[in-house]
Structures are given as C-alpha cells and as structure tokens.
Design a protein around this ligand. Structure first.
Ligand SMILES: [Mn+2]
Length: 348
C-alpha cells in the first residue's frame, strides 16, 4: 500500500508550497505508515514523512516518501531548503496553541487553513482501500461464525467481546476496529452498551464489532437470540431485518442517502415509532465513523468509492433491542453488500 500523494497534492491551496499534516489519520493516509508523533509534509513533488527516532527505522521500509527524522529545528531546515513561504494546515485539528507555536517558529511563513480538504478525499476510497475493508470484513465474518459456537449463558458479555477480538487478531486483524459491543438481555436496548462482567442473559444478544486491516476498518452488527424467541421478539427482529433489506435494496449508485434512512425508518416507525433513535449509517475507512453520514439530514448521493453502513435497530428501553448492520461498498461498476454473515434469526 502507498500513501495518497497524487490526491493530497491536488488539494494544496493555490499559493501554498505544501500541506503540513498533523492528524494521525491523515499522516497515515499520506504515507501509509502509522506513527503517533510527527508530521507529513506534502509538496507538489513529494511526501515527507517526518517522525522521531522511535519510528524512523521502521518508517524506512515504507515506500514512496522521503523520511526525515524529527529533531529540534528539523522542520525549519526543511522549510528553508524548500523555500517554503506558505503552508496549508489542518485547522480542524490543530490546536490554538500549536498554531501559535508554528507562527512563532516560522514568522515568515503564512499558514493557510485547509478545513476538511484531506478528510473529503478520504471519503472516496480507491480500489486498494476497498480491498483492505473487504479483508477486514471477511475476518469479522469468520469471527461471527466462530462466536456462534462460543456463546452460552456460562460466558460473560465481556468474555464474548474478548473472544471476538482475540479471534480477529489471531486471524489477520491488526486490532479490533473499535471497542467491541456485546450486550444481552435488557442491556440489548442500549445501542452502544458496554459489555458487562455478567453472564450472557437469555433473550437478544447484540454484537457490534469490526476488524482493522492495514489501518482500514470494518463494522458489522448481528443480534442473535439466546434461548428461544417469543412472538414479540420474532416480530421485532423481522422488522429490523426487513427495514435493513429495504435500505440495502435501494443502496445503488446515485442513491440519496437521506432517502435510504427514510426507507428503513418508515418501516420501523409503523409499529415501533420512536424506537430507532440513531441514524441509519455512516461512512467507514481509516476512522470507524467518517463521511458520508447516512441520516435523515443527509443530502449526499451514494458515489464511487463510498463505504457506508446500513444499520437499523429497534430499542425498547428497559426491555430489549436489536440491530443488524452490513457494509455497502460502491465500486467502479456498482454497489456491493460485503457482509456475508447470516441474518436469519439464530437461536442458541
Ligand atoms: Mn456502525
């Protein structure tokens, strides 16, 4: 994998000699190398990967960038050697104090805010990025198959969450994509509940988790039933499933993202008005939540390179809840739901 030099180069503001990236996620996007301290400086000619001694040796192995070891005065040397007069900076994440320090260090350089210009590029994934997300999702799908044989009322919610994470990490994931959710019984009514040190309760068990591969994330949710589902639970589950399928069917090139949300919401609202509190979905990439959002307020169209989740849910406070989540990727030639895990009601 290589950094996205050509793309980032295209958003260097006119009159600027380069963009100084300071957010970890955009530094990774520029260099395809993960480091927590330093900068990436993208000029019209090159990407400079600037990081300290803890990372510099490993960084040598990454392709397509000029490595610069971060030491006192090194940024000044670089700016002087490149005759830098104006620099784009990430005003969405640079702190007021950092900007003041830059201006003090480089009184002769103009700092130009770029807003979300690089984040906007990340919204539209290339083939190599989509491939990483597919790989991450395939690891998560395998973990689902595995966890079905692990779940029992003898295990705690936390053990279920940890088992998913260990499985993913031992099957090719760098890490979990985010804090794994595994909530059962009445706790399943909390969309982002935290796994507890209590044994898995009978009833719905919702697992929301993902894998990270080459920095790219996957996101999926499945709800299973521990024990037997009664008629109310079946109706609720099937309503979520139907709402999700209706939105998935409409997730085609050019689809209005606000309409997707409405499609699922209208189905749920018929019998469960107000029980679907969150939006239908979100973009996924180097961040687990990124553009585009898929909500009632969305006006964007599903476009090439978009990666979105479709995740309706029904949550009855104090009783139980259910969510089903897949990822849809917009390839060159159309959209594909890449989540392979089954969705028929599973009773364990
Ligand atoms: Mn999600």
């Amino acid at each position: 994998m290589k950094g996205k030099f050509e793309k980032i180069k295209s958003v260097i503001p006119s009159g600027c000699d380069g963009i100084l990236l300071t957010s970890e996620v955009n530094e990774y996007y520029a260099t395809a190398f993960a480091y927590t301290d330093g900068y990436a400086f993208v000029t019209p000619d090159k990407t400079y990967l600037i990081t300290d001694s803890r990372y510099i040796e490993a960084a040598q192995a990454s392709e397509g960038t000029v490595k610069v070891e971060l030491k006192s005065g090194v940024l000044k040397e670089l700016f002087t050697s490149l005759n830098v007069k104006a620099v784009g900076f990430e005003d969405l994440c640079v702190t007021v104090a950092e900007l003041a320090r830059f201006k003090e260090q480089f009184p002769e350089v103009e700092f130009v805010p770029i807003g979300g210009a690089v984040d906007k590029l990340r919204e539209f994934k290339d083939k190599d990025e989509l491939d990483c997300i597919v790989k991450a999702q395939s690891i998560a799908d395998k973990a689902f198959e595995h966890i079905l044989g692990f779940i029992s009322t003898d295990k705690t919610e936390k053990e279920v969450a940890i088992e998913l994470e260990v499985f993913m990490r031992t099957h090719g994931a760098e890490s979990a994509a985010f804090e794994t959710i595994a909530v059962s019984g009445t706790a399943s009514s909390m969309p982002h509940g935290v796994p507890r040190d209590v044994k898995v309760q009978k009833g719905f068990l919702t697992m929301d988790y993902g894998a990270t591969f080459n920095g790219y994330r996957s996101d999926m949710t499945r709800t299973v039933v521990v024990g037997k589902a009664d008629e109310d639970m079946k109706k609720l589950y099937n309503t979520v499933k139907l709402a999700q399928q209706a939105a998935l069917d409409r997730a085609v090139p050019g689809a209005d993202l606000g309409e997707l949300d409405k499609t699922a919401r209208d189905i749920i609202d018929k019998d469960y008005a107000g029980a679907f509190g969150h939006s239908l979905g979100h973009g996924v990439g180097l961040y687990i939540h990124e553009a585009p959002s898929v909500s009632s307020r969305s006006t964007a169209k599903l476009s090439k390179g978009h990666v979105i989740t479709i995740e309706p849910g029904i949550y009855l406070f104090g009783k139980y809840g259910c969510r089903i989540e897949d990822m849809v990727l917009h390839y060159e030639d159309g959209c594909r739901d890449i989540s392979a895990s089954p969705k028929e009601l599973i009773e364990i």
